[in-house]
Design a protein around this ligand. Structure first.
Ligand code: GLC
Length: 388
Protein backbone atom coordinates (compact mmCIF):
# COMPACT_ATOMS: atom_id res chain seq x y z
CA UNK A 1 0.00 0.00 0.00
CA UNK A 2 2.81 2.40 0.89
CA UNK A 3 4.62 1.71 -2.38
CA UNK A 4 1.43 2.24 -4.40
CA UNK A 5 0.63 5.50 -2.60
CA UNK A 6 4.09 6.88 -3.34
CA UNK A 7 4.13 5.94 -7.01
CA UNK A 8 6.58 3.05 -6.59
CA UNK A 9 5.97 -0.32 -8.30
CA UNK A 10 3.17 -2.13 -6.50
CA UNK A 11 0.36 -4.53 -7.33
CA UNK A 12 -1.91 -2.06 -5.47
CA UNK A 13 -2.77 0.98 -7.56
CA UNK A 14 -3.93 3.15 -4.62
CA UNK A 15 -5.96 5.57 -6.75
CA UNK A 16 -7.18 8.94 -5.44
CA UNK A 17 -10.94 9.48 -5.67
CA UNK A 18 -10.58 13.26 -5.19
CA UNK A 19 -13.31 13.21 -2.51
CA UNK A 20 -13.50 13.04 1.27
CA UNK A 21 -16.33 11.55 3.27
CA UNK A 22 -19.59 13.52 3.16
CA UNK A 23 -20.83 15.73 5.99
CA UNK A 24 -24.33 14.25 5.95
CA UNK A 25 -25.78 17.66 5.07
CA UNK A 26 -25.70 17.16 1.29
CA UNK A 27 -29.17 17.69 -0.15
CA UNK A 28 -31.13 17.32 -3.38
CA UNK A 29 -32.27 14.86 -6.01
CA UNK A 30 -29.55 13.24 -8.09
CA UNK A 31 -29.37 10.46 -10.62
CA UNK A 32 -26.91 7.60 -10.35
CA UNK A 33 -25.66 5.25 -13.01
CA UNK A 34 -24.08 2.13 -11.60
CA UNK A 35 -21.99 0.02 -13.98
CA UNK A 36 -20.10 -2.74 -12.25
CA UNK A 37 -20.57 -5.93 -14.18
CA UNK A 38 -23.03 -7.25 -16.70
CA UNK A 39 -25.91 -5.66 -14.80
CA UNK A 40 -26.24 -1.99 -14.49
CA UNK A 41 -28.74 0.32 -12.90
CA UNK A 42 -30.02 3.81 -13.33
CA UNK A 43 -31.66 5.31 -10.28
CA UNK A 44 -32.75 8.54 -8.67
CA UNK A 45 -31.74 9.29 -5.10
CA UNK A 46 -33.08 11.99 -2.83
CA UNK A 47 -30.73 13.21 -0.10
CA UNK A 48 -32.51 14.99 2.72
CA UNK A 49 -29.50 16.74 4.29
CA UNK A 50 -29.99 15.08 7.70
CA UNK A 51 -28.10 11.82 7.11
CA UNK A 52 -31.14 10.18 5.55
CA UNK A 53 -31.89 9.43 1.92
CA UNK A 54 -34.46 7.71 -0.20
CA UNK A 55 -33.84 5.69 -3.34
CA UNK A 56 -36.53 6.61 -5.90
CA UNK A 57 -37.15 4.94 -9.22
CA UNK A 58 -34.62 2.30 -10.21
CA UNK A 59 -34.26 0.53 -13.56
CA UNK A 60 -32.00 -2.45 -14.13
CA UNK A 61 -30.52 -3.41 -17.48
CA UNK A 62 -28.47 -6.42 -18.55
CA UNK A 63 -25.58 -5.69 -20.84
CA UNK A 64 -25.45 -8.29 -23.63
CA UNK A 65 -22.27 -10.37 -23.26
CA UNK A 66 -21.00 -9.47 -26.76
CA UNK A 67 -21.06 -5.76 -25.86
CA UNK A 68 -18.72 -6.36 -22.91
CA UNK A 69 -16.04 -7.65 -25.29
CA UNK A 70 -16.99 -5.76 -28.48
CA UNK A 71 -16.63 -2.16 -29.64
CA UNK A 72 -16.49 0.20 -26.64
CA UNK A 73 -18.57 2.82 -28.49
CA UNK A 74 -21.43 0.33 -28.75
CA UNK A 75 -21.18 -0.36 -25.04
CA UNK A 76 -21.55 3.34 -24.24
CA UNK A 77 -24.38 3.69 -26.79
CA UNK A 78 -26.21 0.90 -24.98
CA UNK A 79 -25.71 2.73 -21.68
CA UNK A 80 -27.05 5.97 -23.18
CA UNK A 81 -30.06 4.12 -24.62
CA UNK A 82 -30.80 2.73 -21.15
CA UNK A 83 -30.56 6.20 -19.59
CA UNK A 84 -33.00 7.39 -22.27
CA UNK A 85 -35.34 4.54 -21.36
CA UNK A 86 -35.10 5.46 -17.67
CA UNK A 87 -35.92 9.13 -18.36
CA UNK A 88 -38.90 8.20 -20.54
CA UNK A 89 -40.29 5.54 -18.19
CA UNK A 90 -40.13 7.83 -15.22
CA UNK A 91 -41.50 10.83 -17.15
CA UNK A 92 -38.74 13.11 -15.91
CA UNK A 93 -39.19 16.64 -17.35
CA UNK A 94 -36.45 17.05 -19.96
CA UNK A 95 -36.19 20.85 -19.63
CA UNK A 96 -34.49 20.50 -16.22
CA UNK A 97 -30.84 19.65 -15.51
CA UNK A 98 -30.01 16.54 -13.48
CA UNK A 99 -26.69 16.03 -11.72
CA UNK A 100 -25.56 12.44 -12.23
CA UNK A 101 -23.02 10.35 -10.35
CA UNK A 102 -21.43 7.63 -12.48
CA UNK A 103 -20.26 4.55 -10.61
CA UNK A 104 -17.83 2.78 -12.90
CA UNK A 105 -16.40 -0.18 -11.02
CA UNK A 106 -13.12 -0.73 -12.80
CA UNK A 107 -9.62 0.64 -12.18
CA UNK A 108 -9.78 4.26 -13.27
CA UNK A 109 -6.98 6.79 -12.94
CA UNK A 110 -8.99 9.74 -11.76
CA UNK A 111 -7.86 13.18 -12.81
CA UNK A 112 -10.70 15.08 -11.06
CA UNK A 113 -14.01 14.30 -9.31
CA UNK A 114 -15.71 13.94 -12.70
CA UNK A 115 -13.03 12.61 -15.01
CA UNK A 116 -10.73 9.63 -15.23
CA UNK A 117 -9.20 7.15 -17.61
CA UNK A 118 -9.83 3.41 -17.53
CA UNK A 119 -6.43 1.84 -16.77
CA UNK A 120 -7.34 -1.73 -17.64
CA UNK A 121 -10.56 -3.76 -17.81
CA UNK A 122 -11.24 -6.37 -15.13
CA UNK A 123 -13.98 -8.95 -14.45
CA UNK A 124 -13.97 -10.35 -17.99
CA UNK A 125 -14.69 -7.06 -19.79
CA UNK A 126 -12.59 -6.38 -22.88
CA UNK A 127 -14.48 -3.75 -24.94
CA UNK A 128 -12.13 -1.98 -27.33
CA UNK A 129 -11.29 1.72 -27.38
CA UNK A 130 -12.00 2.35 -23.69
CA UNK A 131 -8.69 1.60 -21.95
CA UNK A 132 -6.69 4.80 -21.70
CA UNK A 133 -9.77 6.95 -22.42
CA UNK A 134 -11.78 9.24 -20.15
CA UNK A 135 -14.94 7.28 -19.40
CA UNK A 136 -16.96 10.39 -18.48
CA UNK A 137 -16.12 11.82 -21.88
CA UNK A 138 -17.22 8.57 -23.55
CA UNK A 139 -20.48 8.67 -21.58
CA UNK A 140 -21.10 12.34 -22.45
CA UNK A 141 -20.44 11.67 -26.14
CA UNK A 142 -22.90 8.77 -26.15
CA UNK A 143 -25.53 10.83 -24.29
CA UNK A 144 -25.26 13.77 -26.66
CA UNK A 145 -25.33 11.50 -29.71
CA UNK A 146 -28.65 10.26 -28.38
CA UNK A 147 -29.87 13.84 -27.93
CA UNK A 148 -29.89 13.72 -24.12
CA UNK A 149 -28.88 17.16 -22.88
CA UNK A 150 -30.56 17.28 -19.46
CA UNK A 151 -27.81 15.31 -17.71
CA UNK A 152 -24.70 16.74 -16.18
CA UNK A 153 -22.23 14.02 -15.19
CA UNK A 154 -20.80 15.64 -12.08
CA UNK A 155 -19.07 12.72 -10.37
CA UNK A 156 -17.22 9.54 -11.28
CA UNK A 157 -16.77 6.91 -8.56
CA UNK A 158 -15.57 3.40 -7.96
CA UNK A 159 -18.18 1.15 -6.28
CA UNK A 160 -16.05 0.84 -3.13
CA UNK A 161 -15.97 4.63 -2.83
CA UNK A 162 -19.74 4.77 -3.40
CA UNK A 163 -20.23 2.18 -0.67
CA UNK A 164 -18.07 4.11 1.80
CA UNK A 165 -19.82 7.39 0.91
CA UNK A 166 -23.28 5.88 1.35
CA UNK A 167 -22.52 4.42 4.79
CA UNK A 168 -20.64 7.57 5.88
CA UNK A 169 -23.63 9.71 4.95
CA UNK A 170 -25.59 7.78 7.59
CA UNK A 171 -22.81 7.31 10.18
CA UNK A 172 -19.80 9.63 10.25
CA UNK A 173 -16.89 7.33 11.12
CA UNK A 174 -16.93 4.63 8.52
CA UNK A 175 -13.36 3.31 8.02
CA UNK A 176 -13.60 1.48 4.71
CA UNK A 177 -15.85 0.50 1.81
CA UNK A 178 -15.44 -3.10 0.66
CA UNK A 179 -16.97 -5.01 -2.24
CA UNK A 180 -17.24 -8.79 -2.10
CA UNK A 181 -19.30 -9.49 -5.20
CA UNK A 182 -18.49 -10.30 -8.83
CA UNK A 183 -15.14 -8.64 -8.10
CA UNK A 184 -13.48 -7.57 -4.88
CA UNK A 185 -11.91 -4.29 -3.83
CA UNK A 186 -11.73 -1.77 -0.98
CA UNK A 187 -11.19 1.91 -0.33
CA UNK A 188 -10.38 3.95 2.79
CA UNK A 189 -9.85 7.60 3.74
CA UNK A 190 -6.09 8.31 3.83
CA UNK A 191 -5.96 10.52 6.92
CA UNK A 192 -2.23 10.64 7.68
CA UNK A 193 -0.93 11.67 4.29
CA UNK A 194 -3.88 13.13 2.42
CA UNK A 195 -6.17 14.62 5.06
CA UNK A 196 -8.97 12.12 4.46
CA UNK A 197 -9.03 11.84 0.67
CA UNK A 198 -10.51 8.45 -0.16
CA UNK A 199 -8.13 6.02 -1.83
CA UNK A 200 -9.31 3.15 -4.02
CA UNK A 201 -6.77 0.40 -3.33
CA UNK A 202 -7.77 -1.92 -6.24
CA UNK A 203 -6.77 -4.79 -3.95
CA UNK A 204 -8.18 -7.30 -6.45
CA UNK A 205 -4.80 -7.07 -8.18
CA UNK A 206 -2.81 -7.95 -5.03
CA UNK A 207 -0.36 -10.71 -5.89
CA UNK A 208 1.77 -11.43 -2.82
CA UNK A 209 0.15 -14.66 -1.75
CA UNK A 210 0.66 -18.30 -2.57
CA UNK A 211 -1.61 -19.58 -5.32
CA UNK A 212 -2.54 -23.25 -5.45
CA UNK A 213 -2.58 -25.19 -8.73
CA UNK A 214 -6.26 -24.42 -9.35
CA UNK A 215 -5.64 -20.68 -8.93
CA UNK A 216 -2.77 -20.97 -11.39
CA UNK A 217 -4.80 -22.90 -13.95
CA UNK A 218 -7.73 -20.47 -13.67
CA UNK A 219 -5.39 -17.52 -14.15
CA UNK A 220 -3.62 -19.02 -17.14
CA UNK A 221 -6.92 -19.65 -18.93
CA UNK A 222 -8.32 -16.19 -18.20
CA UNK A 223 -8.33 -13.21 -20.57
CA UNK A 224 -6.17 -11.20 -18.12
CA UNK A 225 -3.50 -13.69 -17.04
CA UNK A 226 -1.16 -12.47 -14.30
CA UNK A 227 -3.62 -9.79 -13.19
CA UNK A 228 -6.29 -9.59 -10.45
CA UNK A 229 -4.84 -12.65 -8.69
CA UNK A 230 -6.40 -11.85 -5.30
CA UNK A 231 -9.76 -11.24 -6.98
CA UNK A 232 -9.47 -14.58 -8.78
CA UNK A 233 -9.16 -16.41 -5.44
CA UNK A 234 -11.83 -14.45 -3.59
CA UNK A 235 -14.65 -13.05 -5.70
CA UNK A 236 -17.95 -14.32 -7.06
CA UNK A 237 -16.96 -14.31 -10.70
CA UNK A 238 -14.29 -16.91 -10.00
CA UNK A 239 -15.22 -19.16 -7.08
CA UNK A 240 -17.61 -21.25 -9.15
CA UNK A 241 -14.82 -21.76 -11.67
CA UNK A 242 -12.32 -22.82 -8.98
CA UNK A 243 -14.90 -25.35 -7.79
CA UNK A 244 -15.39 -26.63 -11.34
CA UNK A 245 -11.63 -27.11 -11.79
CA UNK A 246 -11.26 -28.91 -8.45
CA UNK A 247 -14.13 -31.26 -9.21
CA UNK A 248 -12.98 -31.99 -12.75
CA UNK A 249 -9.35 -32.60 -11.93
CA UNK A 250 -9.26 -33.84 -8.41
CA UNK A 251 -12.16 -36.25 -8.57
CA UNK A 252 -11.94 -37.30 -12.20
CA UNK A 253 -15.70 -37.51 -12.16
CA UNK A 254 -17.37 -38.29 -15.44
CA UNK A 255 -19.94 -35.58 -15.25
CA UNK A 256 -22.31 -33.81 -17.63
CA UNK A 257 -21.08 -31.92 -20.69
CA UNK A 258 -22.14 -28.69 -19.01
CA UNK A 259 -19.35 -29.02 -16.46
CA UNK A 260 -16.74 -29.19 -19.22
CA UNK A 261 -17.46 -25.58 -20.19
CA UNK A 262 -15.39 -22.91 -18.44
CA UNK A 263 -17.43 -20.67 -16.12
CA UNK A 264 -20.53 -22.88 -16.55
CA UNK A 265 -20.91 -23.14 -12.79
CA UNK A 266 -21.51 -19.85 -10.99
CA UNK A 267 -21.27 -18.76 -7.37
CA UNK A 268 -25.09 -18.77 -7.31
CA UNK A 269 -24.97 -22.49 -8.22
CA UNK A 270 -22.66 -23.01 -5.25
CA UNK A 271 -25.09 -21.36 -2.81
CA UNK A 272 -27.80 -23.56 -4.24
CA UNK A 273 -25.65 -26.67 -3.89
CA UNK A 274 -25.16 -25.88 -0.21
CA UNK A 275 -28.79 -25.10 0.46
CA UNK A 276 -30.04 -28.11 -1.52
CA UNK A 277 -31.77 -25.96 -4.18
CA UNK A 278 -29.45 -26.85 -7.09
CA UNK A 279 -30.83 -28.81 -10.03
CA UNK A 280 -28.26 -31.62 -9.74
CA UNK A 281 -29.04 -32.93 -13.24
CA UNK A 282 -27.73 -29.77 -14.89
CA UNK A 283 -24.12 -30.69 -14.03
CA UNK A 284 -24.53 -34.45 -13.94
CA UNK A 285 -24.33 -34.52 -10.11
CA UNK A 286 -27.53 -36.58 -9.99
CA UNK A 287 -25.39 -39.65 -10.81
CA UNK A 288 -23.42 -39.26 -7.58
CA UNK A 289 -23.97 -41.00 -4.26
CA UNK A 290 -25.14 -38.92 -1.27
CA UNK A 291 -21.59 -39.22 0.16
CA UNK A 292 -20.08 -37.74 -3.00
CA UNK A 293 -22.62 -34.89 -2.91
CA UNK A 294 -21.47 -34.20 0.66
CA UNK A 295 -17.89 -34.08 -0.62
CA UNK A 296 -18.91 -31.57 -3.28
CA UNK A 297 -20.56 -29.41 -0.63
CA UNK A 298 -17.43 -29.61 1.43
CA UNK A 299 -15.29 -28.40 -1.48
CA UNK A 300 -17.65 -25.50 -1.97
CA UNK A 301 -17.48 -24.63 1.74
CA UNK A 302 -13.69 -24.74 1.71
CA UNK A 303 -13.46 -22.41 -1.27
CA UNK A 304 -15.89 -19.94 0.33
CA UNK A 305 -14.10 -20.19 3.67
CA UNK A 306 -10.75 -19.47 2.06
CA UNK A 307 -12.30 -16.47 0.28
CA UNK A 308 -13.72 -15.15 3.57
CA UNK A 309 -10.38 -15.56 5.36
CA UNK A 310 -8.45 -13.83 2.58
CA UNK A 311 -10.97 -10.97 2.58
CA UNK A 312 -10.60 -10.54 6.35
CA UNK A 313 -6.81 -10.60 6.10
CA UNK A 314 -6.97 -7.74 3.61
CA UNK A 315 -9.50 -5.78 5.69
CA UNK A 316 -7.35 -6.05 8.83
CA UNK A 317 -4.24 -4.99 6.90
CA UNK A 318 -6.13 -1.95 5.61
CA UNK A 319 -7.41 -0.98 9.07
CA UNK A 320 -3.94 -1.44 10.56
CA UNK A 321 -2.53 1.00 8.07
CA UNK A 322 -4.45 3.78 9.80
CA UNK A 323 -4.59 2.30 13.32
CA UNK A 324 -1.63 -0.08 13.79
CA UNK A 325 -2.74 -1.60 17.10
CA UNK A 326 -6.49 -1.46 16.37
CA UNK A 327 -7.04 0.75 19.40
CA UNK A 328 -10.19 2.44 18.08
CA UNK A 329 -13.56 1.19 16.89
CA UNK A 330 -13.96 0.66 13.15
CA UNK A 331 -17.03 0.29 10.96
CA UNK A 332 -16.45 -1.41 7.61
CA UNK A 333 -19.20 -0.99 5.01
CA UNK A 334 -19.52 -4.08 2.82
CA UNK A 335 -21.64 -4.79 -0.23
CA UNK A 336 -21.73 -7.63 -2.74
CA UNK A 337 -23.56 -10.89 -3.30
CA UNK A 338 -20.82 -13.14 -1.93
CA UNK A 339 -20.87 -11.36 1.42
CA UNK A 340 -24.61 -11.07 1.47
CA UNK A 341 -25.73 -14.42 0.14
CA UNK A 342 -23.08 -17.10 0.56
CA UNK A 343 -24.11 -19.43 3.40
CA UNK A 344 -21.82 -18.99 6.44
CA UNK A 345 -19.58 -16.43 4.71
CA UNK A 346 -20.10 -13.79 7.38
CA UNK A 347 -19.59 -16.41 10.10
CA UNK A 348 -16.24 -17.43 8.54
CA UNK A 349 -15.22 -13.78 8.41
CA UNK A 350 -16.02 -13.18 12.10
CA UNK A 351 -14.26 -16.38 13.13
CA UNK A 352 -11.09 -15.44 11.32
CA UNK A 353 -11.23 -11.89 12.62
CA UNK A 354 -11.15 -13.36 16.13
CA UNK A 355 -8.28 -15.66 15.23
CA UNK A 356 -6.29 -12.69 14.00
CA UNK A 357 -7.16 -10.12 16.63
CA UNK A 358 -8.48 -11.91 19.71
CA UNK A 359 -10.71 -9.66 21.83
CA UNK A 360 -9.90 -6.68 19.64
CA UNK A 361 -12.07 -8.27 16.97
CA UNK A 362 -15.04 -6.81 18.86
CA UNK A 363 -13.85 -3.32 17.92
CA UNK A 364 -14.55 -4.02 14.27
CA UNK A 365 -18.05 -4.15 12.89
CA UNK A 366 -19.08 -5.16 9.40
CA UNK A 367 -22.16 -3.34 8.11
CA UNK A 368 -24.00 -4.37 4.99
CA UNK A 369 -24.31 -1.32 2.72
CA UNK A 370 -26.90 -2.67 0.33
CA UNK A 371 -26.80 -0.95 -3.07
CA UNK A 372 -24.46 1.62 -1.57
CA UNK A 373 -22.51 2.08 -4.77
CA UNK A 374 -25.33 3.90 -6.59
CA UNK A 375 -26.40 5.98 -3.59
CA UNK A 376 -22.77 6.88 -2.96
CA UNK A 377 -22.34 8.16 -6.51
CA UNK A 378 -25.35 10.44 -5.99
CA UNK A 379 -23.76 11.72 -2.76
CA UNK A 380 -20.50 12.48 -4.57
CA UNK A 381 -22.51 14.34 -7.24
CA UNK A 382 -24.03 16.37 -4.38
CA UNK A 383 -20.63 17.05 -2.80
CA UNK A 384 -19.34 18.18 -6.21
CA UNK A 385 -22.38 20.44 -6.64
CA UNK A 386 -21.67 22.08 -3.25
CA UNK A 387 -18.05 22.70 -4.23
CA UNK A 388 -18.92 24.63 -7.38
C1 GLC B 1 -12.80 -5.10 -9.80
C2 GLC B 1 -12.54 -3.67 -10.26
C3 GLC B 1 -12.70 -2.69 -9.12
C4 GLC B 1 -14.04 -2.89 -8.44
C5 GLC B 1 -14.19 -4.35 -8.01
C6 GLC B 1 -15.55 -4.64 -7.35
O1 GLC B 1 -11.80 -5.45 -8.90
O2 GLC B 1 -11.24 -3.56 -10.82
O3 GLC B 1 -12.58 -1.36 -9.57
O4 GLC B 1 -14.15 -2.05 -7.33
O5 GLC B 1 -14.06 -5.19 -9.14
O6 GLC B 1 -16.61 -4.38 -8.21
Amino acid sequence: MEAGLHGRPSSLKMISSFVKRPSGKEKGVFLALDLGGTNFRVMSVELFGDRTFKVGSTSRYTIPKDLTVGDGKELFNFIAASVDDFLTNNKLPLDKKYGLGFTFSFPVKQTAVASGELIVWTKGFAATGVEGRDVVKLLNEALSKRGISCILVSALANDTVGTLMAKSYQMPHCASGVILGTGTNACYPEEKELGGIIINTEWGNFDKFKQNRFDIELDEMSNNAGRQLFEKAVSGMYIGEIFRLVVLHEFGLILGAELQKPYSLTSADLYELETGALDLKKFGFDKLSPEKIEELKNISRLIARRSARMAVTAIVALLKKEDASISGEHVVAIDGTIYEKFPDYQKHMREFLRELLGDKAEKISFELAKDGSGVGAAIIAAVAALDR
